[in-house]
Design a protein. Structure first.
Length: 94
């Protein structure tokens, strides 16, 4: 079975979103991360992943040849995903 390179790149980016989100929480909270419930962490990571799924796909990053994708397009998609996630979290935690 042969996979399309854009699907592999898309999957890799989504896995790295989860790793980066957990890594930033760990760097910010350190051992204080142990005091949070796992269901809360799963909700935070899952909601950010859901936002990234839609933003990355609809931003057009995976339509062309991957090696020619500009870094500014990736940074723009990541910034949009972060801003949407912050707005959603602001609305649901207030």
């Amino acid at each position: 079975m042969r996979f399309n390179r854009s699907i592999i790149a898309y999957t890799h980016d989504l896995v790295m979103v989860v790793v980066a989100f957990y890594g930033t929480l760990w760097m910010r909270l350190g051992t204080g991360l142990d005091y949070y419930d796992l269901s809360d962490l799963a909700l935070w990571i899952g909601s950010f992943l859901a936002v990234c799924v839609f933003v990355f796909w609809f931003s057009g990053l995976y339509r062309g040849i991957w090696r020619y994708a500009s870094m500014s397009a990736k940074v723009r998609a990541e910034t949009i995903a972060t801003l949407i996630y912050l707005a959603i979290m602001f609305l649901f935690t207030r």
